[in-house]
Design a binder for this molecule. Structure first.
Ligand code: HEM
Length: 460
């Protein structure tokens, strides 16, 4: 591996070789076979190659940890993420979203939004997460197959509505949940992989998938505006939800977040936090349920830590195997395949001189599947994460640097609480005949058909 630093270069740059297919085909192939196309790229071109997505700058993909480090530690002004994501996410999330901002504006937004997501604060939400998971498990039918992914979407949506938006009862909750579900159903449809592609973003009075998407999005924005107005009028004292914390926030200069900023950020947290967490849970069930040895070890560890009581925050540090299972699932099947930065200045990464204007991708999936870092990389082996030291920049399901996932602690906490609760309260198996295929859903990669499972019994 060549040491990599991002340096300005004056030499003319020739981009590393890569697939020569027309751009539209490159994007369509990825939309249809996300992991397979990355595997193929790595097999054919090695650790660094250039892809040309439709309607975007050429993107040089890296999997080498030193190159990944260079991408994550590069000067935020030169390695822009908002710039790279804006064409895709701006029309969906709004232009104040932290995801589409760069430089000083991004850092200011991070300073505002980071405190509510600090690891220690998560205990506030632990019990809520468990109760939501318990209520869901109690509704599952015994003996009839159902898609576990959908159930996990229900749980993670309710967690966002209650912990993040702070809407937790009565008509407002039911209405918001209904509108968001119908909005998310569009992201579930066959049109999903194309929603993020500019040429397919045509409204035509709300009859196209994109038009329906925009209408639902506007309904959600209207409800959020009501919620913000209520907090501004009634005050936020005693409220622990993240929206209230942000409404009550004062910048160093005494400024407050505007309604538009709050709405775009709430939308961002919904879109960045709901599907990613639900999909991560679906992948974990896909890996764990066919492995009685793994299930037995998880249950034994849980019983040992909780003594049979419901899982609480204080038990989590003693669930090392659960932690390893979660990490191994994120290694093998990361829900985000890569993170992208747009180069605003020439840079040298992994020994390659690159000009301003191209994008660079730290390919999470490719790094996680390198056999020099992860022996026998296609196997699910949670023990890799027990005791041993993980090589630096070899595992980054939450991205890295100043853009690392803001909700990583929140998501990790939720994955553990939900898994522990489901394991303690349900004996599940994969429905007979299920054959998994990884599928792209707007941005995340998920197991096909939502992973049909059967609840055999509720222990205890
Ligand atoms: C297992 C679940 C999750 C995964 C795998 C995940 C993954 C990611 C990744 C890969 C990024 C991009 C990082 C980069 O560019 O370097 C990201 C950014 C982000 N995530 Fe997550 N995420 C998850 C859950 C959440 C949750 C629950 C929230 C909030 C409720 C959240 C909020 C965000 C935000 C706001 C950003 C943008 C950060 C910035 O641009 O500064 N994520 N996430």
């Amino acid at each position: 591996m060549e040491a990599a630093t991002a340096l300005a270069s004056t030499r003319p740059a020739v981009l590393p070789p890569g697939p020569r297919l027309p751009r539209l085909f490159q994007s369509l192939r990825y939309a249809l076979r996300p992991y397979g196309v990355i595997d193929e790229g790595a097999r054919t071109y090695g650790e660094t190659y250039t892809v040309r997505p439709f309607g975007q700058a050429p993107m040089v993909s890296f999997s080498d940890p030193d190159a990944v480090k260079a991408i994550f530690t590069g000067d935020a002004e030169a390695f822009r993420s908002g710039e790279a994501l804006a064409p895709l996410l701006g029309p969906i999330l709004g232009w104040h979203s932290i995801l589409v901002l760069d430089g000083e504006r991004h850092l200011r937004e991070r300073r505002r939004m980071a405190p509510p997501f600090h690891g220690e604060r998560m205990h506030v939400y632990g019990r809520l997460m468990r109760e939501i998971a318990e209520e869901a498990v109690a509704r599952w039918p015994i003996g009839q197959p159902f898609p576990i992914h959908k159930e996990m979407q229900g749980i993670t949506l309710d967690v966002i509505l209650r912990a993040v938006f702070g809407v937790d009862e009565g008509a407002a909750f039911a209405r918001l949940r209904r509108v968001i579900r119908s909005f998310l159903a569009i992201a579930d449809s066959a049109a999903a992989p194309f929603l993020g592609m500019r040429p397919f973003q045509i409204e035509l009075g709300g009859v196209t998938p994109w038009g329906r998407f925009v209408r639902r999005r506007d309904d959600i924005r209207a409800i959020l505006l009501d919620e913000i107005g209520r907090r501004r009028r009634e005050g936020t004292a005693g409220r622990v939800d993240i929206l209230s914390l942000l409404v009550g926030l004062r910048d160093d200069d005494g400024g407050v977040m505007t309604d538009d900023e709050l709405i775009d950020e709430m939308f961002t947290l919904l879109m960045a936090g709901h599907e990613t967490t639900a999909t991560s849970l679906a992948w974990i069930f896909h890996h764990v349920l066919p492995r009685p040895d793994v299930v037995a070890r998880l249950r034994a560890e849980l019983a040992d830590a909780t003594g049979g009581a419901a899982v609480e925050a204080e038990h989590l540090p003693r669930l090392a195997y659960l932690d390893a299972v979660m990490k191994e699932s994120a290694r093998l099947t990361p829900v985000a395949t890569n993170v992208v930065r747009q180069l605003m200045a020439p840079a040298r990464i992994g020994g390659v001189d690159l000009p301003a204007g191209v994008s660079v991708s730290a390919c999470i999936y490719a790094t996680h599947h390198r056999d020099d870092l992860w022996p026998d990389p296609e196997r699910f082996v949670p023990e890799r994460f027990l005791g041993g030291r993980v090589p630096p920049n070899a595992f980054y399901p939450f991205g890295g640097g100043v853009r690392r996932c803001l909700g990583a602690a929140f998501a990790t906490y939720e994955l553990k609480i939900v898994l522990a609760t489901v394991l303690a309260r349900a004996e599940l198996r994969i429905a007979p005949g299920y054959r998994m295929r990884p599928v792209l859903r707007t941005i995340t990669v998920a197991p096909s058909r939502g992973v049909p499972v059967v609840l055999e019994r509720r222990p205890g």
